[in-house]
Write a protein that binds this ligand. Structure first.
Ligand SMILES: C[S@@+](CC[C@H](N)C(=O)[O-])C[C@H]1O[C@@H](n2cnc3c(N)ncnc32)[C@H](O)[C@@H]1O
Length: 332
């Protein structure tokens, strides 16, 4: 445990982590760094200021984003590979998304001020998804960031859930279908539908067993599937709106399908993991979105006519909450 002043300064200097990561990516370091390089040569190739690039890369090396040897040469490591635009994991999109002015400004507005409502709208003039609809390039970047997590969740959900008895899957708020397409690759013979806003499904991936449907989950969710997925969707909304979406899903499930809600878990004692970060990010980007405890999700499910059957921790660190539909459903 570092002494208190060091912990305070760590917190203060934490603001530099994000900026340096964004800056080296914007400079093109991950793409240019295909082997050990002298920083002078790298700077010349990237048309960067050599002294400034060296300072950023020294910081990046201490964070593990690049390697640096005793001769001061910088070299790519596994993280650098993941930061490349052409890496199949697609995680660079998270840097591109989070480096956007609209995200940086919304995060800078985080406060405990009781008058604060929707931080993203206060910072940018419109709620998150409305703003994205007016900024197609940024929306596509957001979709790519979501797709990186979606591919990962496709893999972990295929392994963690029992898929016997499921022939058809509906991924509600499933973005461009990366999760569903990954899941289908792991589950031969099944078919899936991804439901998302019309502007998003225009960009949906091609897969022979995947159908993309544009719509509004607050209005209607397609009926007749065996499993409904909501992955990192419920945490975008306050309790009232989250319950409304779950009600539409419960109606679509027609008393027989299972409903799987995947989100980070809010634990009673906070842990230094992604869940606390995801919770604060929701505070910055949404109007009342948050991570919830399993007990809060059970209550939310009940308000929508769903009964929690069990919860499973996933290899991603998130938790899959598996609901069934209760008899005597909630009316609209
Ligand atoms: C945080 S993202 C999660 C995406 C995806 N499930 C994943 O895990 O990668 C939330 C998704 O909900 C979609 N969404 C927002 N409002 C919606 C609505 N009214 N109806 C359907 N989808 C909506 C967004 O477009 C976005 O793709």
């Amino acid at each position: 445990m570092a002494p208190p002043p060091a912990r305070i300064l760590e917190g203060v200097f934490g603001m530099l982590d994000h900026r340096v990561l964004v800056a080296i990516c914007q400079a093109g370091v991950p793409e240019a760094l295909t082997g050990p390089r002298r920083i002078l040569d790298l700077a010349a190739e990237l048309d960067a200021d050599p002294a400034m690039l060296e300072r950023l890369l020294r910081f990046a090396a201490t964070r593990g984003w690049v390697g640096m040897d005793r001769r001061g040469r910088v070299r790519p490591n596994a993280v650098t590979a993941f930061l490349r635009h052409d890496h199949p994991g697609g995680w660079r999109a998270w840097v591109d998304f989070s480096g956007g002015e609209e995200v940086v400004t919304a995060v800078a507005g985080l406060t405990a001020d009781s008058s604060r409502a929707d931080g993203f709208a206060q910072a940018n003039g419109a709620p998150f998804f409305e703003w994205m609809a007016d900024h197609p390039d940024r929306w596509a970047t957001f979709d790519r960031a979501m797709a990186a997590g979606g591919r990962m969740h496709g893999l972990v959900l295929a392994a963690a859930l029992d898929w016997d008895g499921t022939e058809s899957i509906c991924d509600v708020g499933g973005g461009t279908g990366a999760l569903a397409a990954t899941l289908l690759e792991m589950l031969p013979g099944r078919r899936a539908t991804v439901l998302d806003l019309p502007g998003v499904v225009e960009r949906a991936v091609d897969h022979p067993r995947l159908t993309a449907v544009g719509g509004d989950a607050f209005e209607q969710v397609p009926p007749g599937f065996d499993t409904y997925l909501l992955v990192n969707v419920v945490h975008d909304w306050d309790d009232r709106d989250a319950s409304r979406i779950l009600q539409r899903v419960a109606e679509a499930a027609e008393g027989r399908a299972r409903v799987v809600v995947v989100d980070s878990e809010r634990t009673i004692v906070p842990r230094p993991d992604m869940a606390v970060a995801a919770d604060v990010l929701m505070a910055a980007l949404t109007d009342g979105g948050k991570e919830r405890t399993a007990s809060e999700l059970r209550t939310l499910g009940r308000s929508a006519g769903l009964e929690l059957d069990h919860s499973t921790r996933l290899a991603s660190g998130d938790v899959a909450h598996v609901f069934g539909v209760r008899v005597g459903r909630v009316e609209r």
